[in-house]
Write a protein that binds this ligand. Structure first.
Ligand SMILES: Cc1cc2nc3c(=O)[nH]c(=O)nc-3n(C[C@H](O)[C@H](O)[C@H](O)COP(=O)(O)OP(=O)(O)OC[C@H]3O[C@@H](n4cnc5c(N)ncnc54)[C@H](O)[C@@H]3O)c2cc1C
Length: 424
């Protein structure tokens, strides 16, 4: 069944067709709506029923991950008047501590030294997805179609057509637009239909994610710790319902992202005591005592890069364009910057009365974004390889690098700006 916003009568001749209603697809549709541009978004899963008052919300309907939103991402959401709706469930990062278990090197960033309001915010994916979906459902310029799969894409010099069918129906339907933007994730169907190849690299690692409780408050500090069990990040979270009161009374919520070698994840997923004990050993008393862990999720880590992001009137965006390692918390933030630039370029085309699917303009978009994308990909891989290499000489070098980072006056602001997504 299409959701309440869907209507087969109103979905032809839309300007922008979007495939994929993850965080990138929904955010892009909202950015377009802010520019006055209509879109139709097609998602293969059923969107959950949501009520604006948050009642009856099953917090884990999407996934157990949490996303560190950079300052630039927050600015983009502010620009499209969405941040007010998101911020009650977002937790500020005022400081970052980086260290390695059993080593002398460590580094710290704090917001006073860097003269920033915060380094970013952490939000549970379940809340982010819910808030984006609520905003999209309320937006008259966005038509949402769910429970539907793409079966073909065709394009000519004037338009692009998307052929799809609902999962519970056999007959196919067609949508026509000036441009199609594929935000359908790492294994993108649209990318495959268009015959766009990828380069893939398997990190042979799995990310374990979840929410834990500690007996000490987080004081809005994000802790990145490199341990023999793999790199770990413990990020501050709001209390469960975002009302500012710690309703749990027992402990303080934090988000954990733990990258371990492939094959080692099963015990951490099934055995809470083992998970908590390994965390405690890796962190010592930096975060206090780890009391409890919620349901953990496991994500196999591969880097997937589309060899082209533009073909005719089609754009590949989000994880469909570049799926990165999560160690530096950059993937979604990079996708959002891509979406923001494209929405602005389409808006300029509309103002000039020009075709929003014009291939020359779309190629310009692709070229412009490659600089930021390549920089982030290099940064993520440098962190992954630099901090997981077991060689003692490499370990010494990274400790020296951490000290240098902490002490050299001009290095910290540079890296801080970079991680906040403010330099591209
Ligand atoms: C463990 C982990 C932690 C992370 N932490 C961070 C972080 O802190 N900060 C950060 O910036 N990034 C982070 N990331 C990266 C971030 O999660 C991704 O970049 C982001 O989720 C990409 O969103 P997306 O919408 O492009 O893709 P997805 O989230 O994969 O969404 C794709 C959507 O398309 C739909 N779809 C798929 N196929 C079809 C089809 N054929 N037809 C219609 N719909 C379809 C799917 O159902 C889904 O809704 C992390 C990633 C991982 C794995």
């Amino acid at each position: 069944m299409p959701n309440a916003n869907s209507s087969t009568a109103a979905i032809t001749d839309e300007q922008v067709l979007i495939v994929g209603g993850g965080h990138v697809g929904l955010s892009f549709a909202l950015m377009l709506a802010h520019q006055g541009i209509k879109s139709t978004l097609l998602e293969k899963n059923r969107f959950p029923e949501l009520s604006p008052d948050d009642e009856g919300f099953q917090q884990h309907y999407l996934d157990s991950r949490n996303t560190a939103l950079s300052r630039r991402t927050v600015q983009i959401y502010q620009e499209i008047n969405l941040w007010d709706k998101l911020q009650s469930h977002a937790c500020r990062i005022d400081g970052v501590e980086i260290s390695e278990q059993g080593s002398f090197g460590k580094a710290a960033l704090n917001k006073e030294e860097e003269h920033v309001e915060s380094f970013g915010q952490v939000m549970e994916n379940a809340w982010l997805g819910r808030k984006l979906l609520l905003a999209a459902k309320a937006e008259p310029l966005i038509t949402l179609i769910d429970n539907a799969q793409v079966t073909n894409v065709t394009q000519d010099s004037d338009s692009v057509s998307l052929i799809f069918s609902y999962f519970d129906e056999t007959n196919e339907q067609q949508l026509q637009g000036s441009i199609l933007v594929a935000c359908d994730g790492r294994d993108s169907t649209v990318r495959n239909i268009l015959g766009i190849e990828t380069t893939t690299y398997d990190y042979e690692q799995t990310a374990i994610v979840g929410v834990v409780e500690t007996d000490q408050p987080h004081h809005h500090i994000a802790i990145e710790r490199f341990s023999p069990a793999g790199p770990l990040a413990v990020l501050p979270l709001t209390d469960a319902d975002g009302d500012g009161n710690n309703d749990l009374q027992t402990g303080y919520r934090r988000s954990v992202v733990w990258v371990c070698p492939k094959g080692e994840e099963s015990r951490y997923l099934t055995d809470e005591a083992h998970f908590l004990q390994t965390l405690q050993e890796a962190f010592g008393n930096r975060a206090g005592t780890f009391l409890k862990a919620g349901r953990r999720g496991a994500y196999p880590l591969t880097r997937v890069l589309a060899k082209k992001q533009v073909l005719g009137r089609c754009v590949i965006m989000g994880n469909a364009a570049h799926t990165l390692h999560p160690v530096a918390g950059q993937g979604f933030n990079l996708c959002l910057r891509d979406a923001h630039v494209l929405a602005k370029m389409l808006s300029r085309q509309v103002l000039k009365g020009e075709d929003i699917g014009d291939n020359t303009m779309l190629k310009r978009y692709e070229r412009a974004r490659l600089v930021d994308q390549k920089r982030v990909i290099r940064f993520c891989d440098a962190v992954v390889h630099g901090f997981t290499h077991p060689n003692p000489a490499v370990k010494l070098a990274r400790n020296v690098a951490l000290i240098a980072f902490d002490k050299l006056p001009r290095v910290k602001p540079l890296v801080a700006n970079y991680a906040m997504g403010l330099k591209s």
